[in-house]
Design a protein around this ligand. Structure first.
Ligand SMILES: NC(=O)c1ccc[n+]([C@@H]2O[C@H](COP(=O)([O-])OP(=O)(O)OC[C@H]3O[C@@H](n4cnc5c(N)ncnc54)[C@H](O)[C@@H]3O)[C@@H](O)[C@H]2O)c1
Ligand SMILES: N[C@H](CO)Cc1c[nH]c[nH+]1
Ligand SMILES: [Zn+2]
Length: 665
């Protein structure tokens, strides 16, 4: 690792040492030192700050003073001539003069200074002092946070805003310190949030929205009432003639390069450290401490105790999915005599080992287990491996175990996210290495699938990028507004990054309002209304006048699901060029495809329906070609082969034919 790191580092110093900047977890400069190959290696091995002193040799920082450092990361600058150690500094500080930094005696200022004051008060504040009360009386602290937040909202001048914001920061930081957190934790959280969906408008909860509206009404009695419709749970309307349609039709953006940066170390760590890393990430992200990360078949009965009705529903769904996927199995060999005596064939063989990812973040999806497991069994894959995040008590949902049992899975990996994908791509001590990974997931899962499929050392294939759920509904005046709204909401409830689109085909204002009212009414009755709020905030309605326009827009967006609430819907199928799966007419809700009708629900999102199919039986097969030539066949095509080999200058190719033709003469 040290070699890899220093491969791009350079130094122009005669003693060969590397200039090194030391910063703390908040990127504040602590001091400047030197490093050598040995000191970097010692730092990595010990996980602490170790440098190279020009006078005293290898320098384990704090070994004598007690001001040790925990090493967070080692970086390198753009032109390779400076290393950067990021550390958590302990004790009196970095400098030998007992100050936090080597750049002067001043303490950190601003929020950092406040943080350290509050931390020391938390430990030493005298009994009865105000700060002590703040830390011990949680009602007082909560009331102060609410009070300061309101005062900030009410502030008018710049001075007032800065004064009130400072007060709010003070009490918020007191809460942070009281809960044993630090500013770095908050900043890490901010960084993670910055990676999430960028087009969220982030509507406030109704009670706060209403409070602000009431406040405005009170203070501005003469204000004219708002004329625009309420934004909450209303999809923004655009016309098909809108000039920025490309922007409007964009998915909630994912910063894929940044996500890749987060995913790469997770994957690499599972690749090199196997089960130990897998268990650590499960503890970190899923908050579950497991002893073993795999359950193997035969699965114990007590792990699949199900309600009889649910079992019946799963069995019915499995049978329908099986029927539809069995019909896709091409068992016959394609055989064609391309020229007399030249027979070319193609036959299918199952991929031997498949890894199936079943999401389990915001909702556990046993239906995905059956959508992925049944075609694997139909195709004849020898080894089926399931992976799904464990529940908080360390167990796996019984429905998923039951499906694993029904489809003959070999084992279930109790892990989610990028770490589960890595385990199935490279294999670990207890997870078998598979040949292809299928299944949907969040941005971390999708990025990890893309990452491992690009690593030739993994030798792994993936099905497709199947990310946040989406639906596009085309509705005309024959539609039932309640059905349309229900279909939109069925996908909006998946996650805040889901997107739903309504194409309103020649609807009157009244007809469109009827759908919007239904969306709002039905959404408010849903337990996942807060998630729906998030997705509706970046969902849209597009108004169009003609059927042609409607399908042009739909094909341009290439939705995962397309629902047709229009007259003579089945006759319009010819107009569909790009979509994962189509639901025709008012009696075909998308949720039937999610669970029980027989089609697969693992489908391409992000517009990948333009070039990918959803999961199907073919996803689990590869096709092998073969050929058999007779003497006559060789005589027929041999001269052409020799000519082309000579054009390419590949004489051995030509000779393999020539030598045979000569033997025939
Ligand atoms: N396209 C399809 O066919 C299809 C089908 C079903 C579901 N879906 C989509 O799949 C997605 C499922 O997402 P989910 O989050 O509910 O479950 P998930 O199982 O995909 O992700 C959960 C895992 O993400 C990891 N994770 C969470 N926060 C992390 C972080 N900060 N850093 C690194 N890893 C982290 C954790 O390991 C956790 O186990 C939804 O968006 C849903 O719409 C799509
Ligand atoms: N609609 C999802 C695919 O985008 C699949 C699913 C599972 N459970 C419910 N729905
Ligand atoms: Zn769904």
């Amino acid at each position: 690792m040290t070699q890899l790191l220093l491969a791009v580092a350079k130094t122009d110093r005669p003693d060969g040492l590397y200039s090194t900047l030391v910063v703390d977890s908040r990127e504040r400069a602590l001091g400047f030192v030197y490093s050598s190959f040995e000191s970097v290696k010692a730092a990595i091995d010990s996980g602490t700050g170790v440098y190279q002193s020009r006078e005293r040799g290898l320098w384990f920082k704090g070994a004598s003073s007690g001001a040790t450092q925990d090493l967070l990361s080692i970086g390198i600058d753009c032109d390779g001539d400076c290393l950067k150690f990021q550390v958590i500094q302990k004790g009196s500080g970095f400098c030998h003069l007992n100050t936090p930094t080597c750049f002067g005696p001043t303490e950190f200022s601003g929020l950092s200074a406040l943080e350290s004051t509050l931390k020391s008060r938390m430990e030493n504040a005298p009994e009865g002092s105000y700060t002590k009360r703040l830390f011990t009386d949680s009602k007082l602290l909560s009331a102060k946070i609410l009070e300061e937040a309101e005062e900030l909202v009410d502030a008018k001048s710049k001075e007032e805003v800065s004064w009130e914001a400072a007060d709010l920061f003070y009490f918020a930081l007191a809460r942070i310190v009281k809960d044993g957190l630090s500013l770095s934790d908050i900043e890490r959280n901010l960084d993670l949030k910055a990676l999430k969906v960028s087009r969220r408008t982030g509507n406030a909860k109704p009670k706060y929205q209403e409070a602000v509206e009431a406040k405005e009404l009170k203070t501005k009695a003469d204000t004219t009432p708002a004329t625009s419709p309420p934004v909450d749970l209303v999809m923004q309307r655009y016309s098909s003639t809108s000039s920025d349609l490309d922007t409007v039709l964009q998915r909630p953006a994912q910063k894929s390069a940044d996500i890749m940066k987060l995913v790469k170390p997770i994957v690499e760590s599972v690749k090199t450290r196997g089960d130990a890393a897998l268990l650590e990430y499960t503890k970190m992200f899923d908050k579950v401490e497991l002893e073993s990360c795999v359950i193997s078949a035969p699965f114990p009965e007590e792990l699949m105790k199900l309600d009889a009705k649910v079992k019946e529903a799963i069995d019915l769904s499995i049978e329908n999915v099986r029927k539809f996927h069995a019909a896709q199995l091409q068992s016959t060999t394609v055989s064609v005599e391309t020229a007399p005596g030249v027979i070319c064939s193609r036959f299918a063989r199952p991929i031997e080992s498949v890894g199936l990812y079943i999401p389990g973040g915001t909702a556990v999806l046993p239906s995905t287990a059956l959508m992925l497991g049944v075609p694997a069994q139909v195709a004849g894959c020898e080894e089926i491996v399931f992976a799904s995040p464990p529940r908080k008590d360390g167990s796996i949902t019984p429905e998923v175990v039951y499906v694993a049992h029904k489809v003959g899975a070999k084992c279930i990996v109790l892990a989610g996210g990028a770490q589960a994908v890595a385990a199935m791509a490279y294999g670990t001590e207890s997870v078998p290495k598979t040949n292809k990974i299928m299944g949907p997931g969040n941005q971390f899962v999708t990025a990890a699938k893309m990452y491992v499929s690009n690593d030739t050392s993994a030798a792994i294939a993936i099905d497709m990028p199947a990310g946040p759920s989406e639906v596009l509904v085309i509705a005309d005046s024959t539609c039932n507004p309640a059905f349309v709204a229900a279909d939109l909401l069925s996908q909006a409830e998946h996650g805040v990054d889901s997107q739903v689109i309504l194409i309103a085909l020649a609807l009157t204002e009244e007809e469109l309002l009827a759908i919007e009212d239904e969306v709002k009414k039905q959404a408010l009755a849903l337990p996942r209304v807060d998630i729906v709020r998030g997705s509706i905030a970046h969902s849209i309605t597009l108004t169009v006048e003609t059927v042609t326009e409607a399908f042009e827009l739909s094909n341009r967006y290439a939705p995962e699901h397309l629902i047709l609430h229009i007259e003579k819907a089945s006759e319009r199928l010819d107009l569909v060029k790009n979509a994962g799966s189509v639901f025709v007419g008012q009696w075909s809700p998308e949720s039937c495809g999610d669970y029980s009708s027989g089609t697969n629900h693992t489908l391409p999102t992000y517009g990948y329906a333009k070039m990918y199919s959803g999961v199907n039986t073919g996803t689990y097969l590869k096709h092998i070609t073969s050929q058999e030539l007779t003497e006559e066949g060789l005589k027929n095509i041999g001269p052409a082969v020799m000519s082309l080999a000579s054009v390419e200058g590949l004489d051995a190719h030509g000779r393999a034919v020539g030598i045979r033709l000569a033997s025939l003469n």
